[in-house]
Design a protein around this ligand. Structure first.
Ligand code: SF4
Ligand code: SF4
Length: 176
């Protein structure tokens, strides 16, 4: 019946308003009040350090390959002892969608998502962060992990000279 339908349509919105008038407000008066996001919240990305204070990033490009919006770029370099590092490392946060795929792809725990959400800027160009701004002086979510203690440094002379590493097998000694 159109008459009752119209009555219901008129009363129902008032009923919804009345019900919600006595509910506890959920509005947060930001920035006076700040919510603390959970530790796994995905906001600003950081580059972390290992327990020895060294840069964890080995400039393997896996994070930039995994990034769906191509907002990570870098240039790899190598120290005389074979240890790789990023000569420069850049993230364009204006393009980042905070999906966390870069952190998932990283084999060294170098790149991590942090819950720091307060880094908005007026100009998009200011959202381009260089390595100096990304590097932090702690290990992030895993302070103990040290990639080089597990994997050794890539190339040392003589080969197999890293700590906990054995010299390579001379295949000629296996010949009959
Ligand atoms: S969080 Fe996602 S979009 Fe942002 S840099 Fe990492 S992979 Fe790219
Ligand atoms: S942050 Fe991780 S994944 Fe990205 S280049 Fe460095 S080591 Fe590789």
């Amino acid at each position: 019946m159109p008459f009752w339908r119209d009555i219901k349509g008129t009363v129902q919105p008032f009923w919804v308003t009345l019900r919600n008038m006595f509910r506890k407000p959920v509005t947060v008066q930001y920035p006076e009040q700040k919510q603390v996001p959970p530790p796994r919240y995905r906001a600003r990305i950081v580059l972390t350090r290992d327990p020895d204070g060294g840069e964890r990033c080995v400039a393997c490009y896996l994070c930039s390959a995994a990034c769906p919006v191509d907002c990570i770029s870098m240039q790899s370099a190598e120290l005389p002892n074979g240890r790789r590092y990023a000569a420069w490392f850049r993230i364009n946060f204006a393009r980042c969608i905070y999906c966390g795929l870069c952190a998932e792809a990283c084999p060294t725990w170098a790149i991590q998502m942090s819950p720091d959400y307060e880094f908005g800027k007026y100009a998009a160009i200011d959202m381009v962060y260089e390595k100096e701004a990304l590097l932090v002086d702690h290990g992030g979510k895993d302070t103990e992990y040290n990639y080089y203690r597990h994997a050794g440094i890539g190339v040392v002379n003589p080969r197999g000279g890293n700590e906990d590493e054995e010299p390579p097998v001379d295949v000629r000694t296996n010949l009959p």
